[in-house]
Design a binder for this molecule. Structure first.
Ligand code: SF4
Length: 449
């Protein structure tokens, strides 16, 4: 919740010494409240006052880091309820799941399946970033062995284990990769917190309902552990949804810091064996506040729509999605392959490159800087013109890199053909169809002739 200048003034030293650059303490405090000055500019605030102020001015939801190296990721840190209010900042992470209650053949099959979903979409790697390793007291497979095998996949683990001794043994073999220990309950939170703190990992908190969870989080905070995530999974889908929304609302709208932690939603618990329902719910909880969403399996059927949705939700709506200008050699294109140019708007790139790849024809896709706008918008704004193409050709040294002198331009800006040929002597400009979907036939026909 935003602090008022007067609240800050009450904690100020009231020396009016001007060392902070403001004429009075009151003026300085007003600036701090507006975000125009930092509290550290005054050397006389007591440590206690600074601690109080940093707590009060901290973001409503904590940013929690998990994983290490290339697999390090941040959960939470959100400041709004709806994406269009500002932007969502830290995307939902999906976890494929394993359990020591599975038989060996199932475990081995799942371990072999996980790496298969791994692809790139508009510059972002799409894969199961997390593996949820569930512990069941009835399970016959050795849990620590399972954790070792899951860790060998190189993904960050979430250990779903409420048994303190088993959790300790599992962390001994994987703590360096900074997994999440999703194991604190009202019954074991103190011991589990000690285990998580000693291992330096994030602790997940669960309970029978939100009241229990709230009390447990409060108690953990009292023990000094604020490196937490909250498992909002309830007994039913409805309860899980209500818990997850309530948590976000309490943190963002009501400023209740005890609720200001990322969430875990375990779909395996609420929709076991119903893979279609899980896929639909994963989409719901991507939009509605799941920081980690656990699924029974993530194959291409689940991944393709889900990761596309996530990419759309977790982009800043105020910034156009762009790809880097440059030459993208598709289907094994080399310097002798034909060229096709379009704008740097990511969706245009994605559609066009997809169709080009589908054609199987080697093409150098040349993306110029068009301000992240679509073809017609860029043309209307003067960002896609014969001059912009000429300029880009020089900057990127296209003629030094490519020997082929045929250039396909978007059908919607066919009007540029003559101007481009005048500015790029020696190039033959060919007009593409107006729709990307027609590119496959167009290129194959060209190749045949
Ligand atoms: Fe007041 Fe601190 Fe500024 Fe001095 S430096 S005027 S004590 S706020």
């Amino acid at each position: 919740m935003a602090l008022k200048g007067l609240d800050i003034f009450k904690l100020s030293p009231k020396k009016n010494c001007k060392e902070c650059g403001s004429p009075t303490c009151m003026a300085f405090c007003m600036k701090v409240a507006q975000g125009a000055a930092d509290i550290s500019a005054c050397p006389y605030f007591s440590e206690d006052a600074k601690a109080q102020l940093s707590e009060a001015t901290a973001p409503p939801m904590k940013s929690i880091k998990i994983g290490t190296g290339a697999e390090e990721m941040v959960l939470g840190g959100e400041t709004v309820m709806e994406r269009h209010e500002k932007t969502f900042v830290n995307k939902t992470r999906y976890a494929d799941s394993l359990c020591n209650c599975m038989d060996e053949a199932t475990i081995e099959a799942k371990l072999a399946e996980v790496p298969k979903v791994d692809y790139d979409r508009i510059g972002e790697r799409m894969y199961a970033e997390l593996i949820y390793v569930n512990y069941s007291a009835e399970g016959s497979y050795d849990y620590v062995e399972l954790v070792k095998k899951a860790a060998a996949l190189g993904r960050t683990l979430v250990l779903g284990c409420t048994d303190v001794e088993v959790a300790k043994a599992a962390l001994a073999v994987c703590k360096d990769s900074k997994p999440v220990l999703n194991g604190a309950t009202p019954a074991n939170y103190a011991d589990m917190s000690a285990v998580a703190t000693e291992a330096g990992v994030v602790l997940g908190v669960s309970g029978a309902d939100m009241n229990e969870i709230y009390d447990t989080v409060k108690a953990l905070e009292g023990l000094g552990n604020k490196n937490l995530v909250i498992d909002t999974t309830g007994a039913t889908v409805k309860e899980t949804f209500a818990n997850t929304v309530q948590l976000r609302k309490a943190a963002i709208k009501d400023g209740d810091r005890t609720c200001g932690y990322p969430s875990i939603v375990n779909l395996v618990k609420v929709a076991k064996d119903d893979l279609h329902l899980q896929a639909a719910l994963a989409a719901v909880f991507t939009i509605k506040y799941g920081s980690i969403v656990v699924m029974q399996e993530i194959t291409y059927s689940e991944a393709l729509p889900l990761y596309g949705l996530r990419q759309n939700i977790f982009t800043d709506p105020q910034k156009p999605m762009r790809v880097e200008p440059g030459i993208y050699a598709l289907n094994g294109a080399d310097e002798n392959s034909i060229c096709l140019t379009t704008v740097d708007f990511a969706l245009t790139y994605f559609l066009v490159s997809g169709e080009l790849e589908r054609s199987g024809v080697p093409v150098n896709l040349i993306i110029s800087d068009a301000g992240g706008l679509s073809v017609l918008t860029a043309w209307a704004a003067g960002k896609l013109s014969s001059s912009s193409i000429e300029k880009f050709w020089k900057e990127a040294d296209i003629e030094g890199k490519i020997k082929n002198r045929k250039l396909i331009i978007p059908g919607k800006v066919a009007v540029l053909k003559g101007e481009i040929e005048a500015k790029l002597p020696g190039w033959e400009v060919i007009i593409a169809p107006r729709e990307a979907v027609e590119l496959v036939k167009f290129l194959k026909d060209m190749q045949a002739n």
